[in-house]
Design a protein around this ligand. Structure first.
Ligand code: SF4
Length: 171
């Protein structure tokens, strides 16, 4: 399991100031992907316990409101174990900070039974579709992608989109 990079203060991926980590490896290869350097599963850095500790340390500041996990593909079979370990450790240490994850896999078709979702607040799901690109969309690149309230979706056993008002305070 490998990751591409960690940002200690990210204001573009999710609400507020967040720590973000980009996992390494994605097999979707969407046309005009924003991050093709994350496709190669062999590139980047090894993901270890130290990586988790680094993320936890970076988030240990009042102005950091949460963690964003992007890619690459955090939910690819090669990466989901690391994503789960990181998300679990983060939620145990920071139950009041949010976790947002971006994935090309779909909540209802691929992910709803995965352990990792127990620790995730918001999932932006679906592959990027260049023909559906719209720069006015918030938190997503193409209109097929969905910004999902994971806790409400698991509770109701159906996809519940994130309430825009809640989004302002980060769920
Ligand atoms: S799923 Fe994301 S990282 Fe993977 S190719 Fe598509 S846009 Fe790029």
């Amino acid at each position: 399991m490998r990751y591409n990079k960690i940002r200690k203060m990210d204001i573009s991926n999710g609400p507020g100031v967040r720590v973000s980590i980009f996992m390494q490896g994605c097999s979707f290869h969407c046309k005009n992907c924003f991050n093709p350097e994350t496709w190669d599963f062999k590139s980047g850095n090894e993901f270890t316990d130290e990586t988790i500790n680094k993320v936890l340390d970076l988030a240990d500041k009042d102005y950091i409101v949460g963690l964003s996990i992007l890619g690459g593909e955090p939910m690819h079979p090669n990466n989901i174990k690391a994503t789960t370990r990181l998300a679990k450790a983060f939620k145990e240490k920071y139950p009041n900070k949010t976790i947002w994850v971006w994935s090309g896999f779909l909540f209802d078709r691929d992910l709803k039974d995965k352990e990792v979702l127990n620790y995730v607040d918001v999932l932006v799901d679906g592959q990027y579709v260049d023909e559906l690109h719209n720069f006015t969309l918030k938190w997503r690149g193409s209109s097929n992608q969905r910004v999902i309230d994971v806790k409400q979706s698991l509770k109701n056993d159906k996809v519940v989109l994130l309430d825009e008002e809640k989004e302002l305070v980060g769920v």
